[in-house]
Design a protein around this ligand. Structure first.
Ligand SMILES: [Zn+2]
Length: 254
């Protein structure tokens, strides 16, 4: 079954074609709080649970964007289990123009901390493969038997064809969001990386997976574990979206 690839190809050939790009303005932003329900995600210091932290950050960011006049939507509003495929299909069904899946990392070494941002491209580092494996693990809990394309070299070529128009924006957005996290929330950047994340696979829009920090790192946990810290992270994500809106809109008018 090839659902993650075909809808993207189709979409890229029709509604978002070049002919209408001159009048383009950024529409809806889809914020995807990682994990939920029976999938808690990672667990860290002071009883922090990834699914709770990501939901709070996403909802705060949604409120900020909507208040600032940028329509935003979360893929889940409460502690609900969603398959990875449902998240992207929702984003496509809502005709989203930007998609961010929000996560927090955990690692056995508490010294490792900082934010990372990922785009969908073949992984080049062991660590990126490891992170993708953790975030993809949830498919084992999915009861309704979603079908995911194996990320073979051939499928990457198909995916690249379908999503190349979004990759540059995804990369740029990744840089911006890491800069904002550093300046607004004080979370250092560990850089932009790439790997095969199923949750990014079907998105027909610029799509990133953000690891806001490490739940297992004492300094990151101090930010992730307080309302004030999560508000700062939400502000950072929102600020990166405001910058993307302005850059993408001015690029479309050239
Ligand atoms: Zn996660």
């Amino acid at each position: 079954m090839a659902w993650p690839i075909l809808p993207v190809l189709f979409d890229s050939l029709t509604a978002k074609g070049k002919a209408i790009r001159r009048l383009w303005t950024l529409g809806k932003v889809i914020l995807d709080p990682g994990h939920g329900g029976k999938d808690p995600g990672g667990k860290g210091n002071q009883g922090l649970i990834e699914k709770e932290v990501t939901l709070d950050i996403a909802r705060r960011c949604e409120a900020l964007l909507n208040a600032g006049g940028i329509p935003a939507l979360v893929t889940r509003r409460d502690d609900k289990f969603l398959t990875l495929g449902q998240r992207t299909r929702r984003a496509n069904a809502e005709s989203g123009d930007l998609f961010v899946s929000i996560h927090c990392n955990s690692y056995k070494d508490p010294m490792i901390g900082g934010a990372e941002c990922y785009i969908l491209k073949p992984a080049k580092s062991e660590r990126a493969i490891e992170v993708a494996a953790v975030e993809n693990q949830v498919v084992e809990l999915e009861r309704e038997q979603e079908q995911y394309e194996a990320l073979t070299e051939e499928n990457y070529i198909l995916l690249a064809m379908a999503t190349s128009q979004y990759l540059r924006d995804s990369e740029r957005w990744s840089e911006l969001v890491l800069e904002e996290l550093k300046s607004t929330a004080g979370i250092p950047s560990r850089g932009v990386d790439q790997a095969g994340f199923y949750v990014l696979m079907g998105a027909s829009m610029p799509a990133i997976l953000l690891e806001c920090g490490y739940l297992t790192n004492p300094e990151d946990a101090r930010v992730l574990g307080t309302e004030r810290g999560r508000q700062k992270i939400a502000e950072a994500i929102a600020a990166s979206i405001v910058k993307m809106k302005s850059e993408m809109e001015s690029a479309s008018r050239q």
